[in-house]
Ligand binder design. Structure first.
Ligand SMILES: Nc1nc2c([nH]c(=O)n2[C@H]2C[C@H](O)[C@@H](COP(=O)(O)OP(=O)(O)OP(=O)(O)O)O2)c(=O)[nH]1
Length: 310
């Protein structure tokens, strides 16, 4: 079953949520307005029809921007949910079909109130397009300087990965960044250090090996949980562990992993489309490849080298 979901975004960056009416599948859960594709329809045509039927608004498909495709299963038939950003419409949205509608800042939405498949849509809305990872061969102090400069440049999501120092030292360095992170409203994810992330209220970036040992999400929804994945099995594990997003690597040849065979964009796209969470392209890519990544079902790009040259 193919379902189209429209993410209406207003001038203040709020999104329109609709509450599923009593008697329907997932009654009471909040979702993005839309519905099943009818015979002969594509996603855009279905959305134009559904947004008219459910909200009484007219939308122009030329303004649609694909956000994320979420494969999901509620135990019956598998579902493919295509979420599309809608920025322009005419008319005032009304709850013609929903129990209620509500404009919400994506940062304030409680994911547990959403239809489960929509948690990936919410994560895609809240995540930026860049995910820089600190260089491996620098001191804690140098890494902190780089993160501060990146915050000033506008980066809002970064991974704190310092393989050449102890977890305790890395944790101490991250603690020193808390005031700036708060001031910029930015997120830092500690590489592998679940305890440190709990202690500091930061996110965590898990290795594929850690995913194998976890059976549940290690942190509350307010702290990011991400994972390093390389194939479809690892992506499925990341979804099972309740990860918010993943990196998939190596997309291109990279000096840090000279032996690894790069996936290339077509295989990256297949993996990203089949994963029920946002995926950043990693490996031999940087800020200049964001458009390429988005064209291939990615959230954006992650990287070490290319992000710190600026
Ligand atoms: N419309 C919509 N459906 C969603 C979202 N998330 C999600 O899991 N779903 C699921 C719920 C349903 O199982 C399926 C869509 O069914 P629907 O009942 O909304 O479709 P429809 O409007 O065509 O409904 P109907 O004609 O069967 O009454 O997709 C979402 O954000 N929007």
């Amino acid at each position: 079953m193919h379902v189209a979901a429209g993410v209406l975004v207003d001038g203040a960056g709020r999104v329109l949520l609709a509450q599923r009416p009593p008697g329907k599948h997932l009654a009471g859960r909040w979702e993005f307005p839309g519905g099943k594709l009818e015979a002969g329809e594509d996603t855009a045509a279905a959305l134009v029809r559904e947004l008219d039927e459910e909200l009484g608004i007219a939308v122009d498909p030329l303004s649609f921007e694909p956000l994320i495709r979420v494969p999901w299963s509620y135990g019956e038939r598998p579902l493919c949910l295509d979420a599309v950003i809608v920025r322009a419409w005419s008319g005032v949205p009304a709850a013609l079909d929903a129990a209620a509608i509500d404009w919400r800042d994506p940062r304030d939405v409680d994911p547990s109130l959403l239809a489960p498949a929509d948690r990936a849509i919410l994560a895609a809305l809240r995540l930026p397009e860049h995910y820089p990872v600190t260089p491996s061969d620098v001191s804690v102090e140098r890494a902190a300087t780089l993160v501060r400069a990146a915050l000033a440049r506008g980066e809002r999501l970064m991974q704190w990965r310092l393989p050449s120092v102890s977890l305790a030292e890395a944790r101490k360095g991250a603690a020193g960044l808390l005031p700036e992170l708060r001031r910029f409203g930015a997120s830092l994810l500690l590489n592998r250090d679940i305890e440190g992330a709990r202690e500091l209220g930061l996110g965590v970036h898990l290795s594929a090996a850690q995913l194998r040992e976890l059976d549940a999400r290690p942190l509350p929804p307010s702290q990011w949980v991400a994972a390093s994945c390389h194939d479809a099995d690892e992506l499925a594990m990341a979804v099972r562990c309740g990860c918010d997003f993943a990196t998939v690597s190596p997309v291109m040849p990279t000096a840090s992993h000279p032996g690894a065979e790069p996936l290339g964009w077509p295989r990256f796209a297949k993996l990203a489309e089949a994963a029920a969470l946002p995926v950043f392209a990693l490996g031999g890519v940087g800020p200049h490849e964001v458009a390429e990544a988005r064209m291939h079902a990615g959230q954006g790009t992650a990287g070490i080298r290319a992000f710190w040259r600026a």
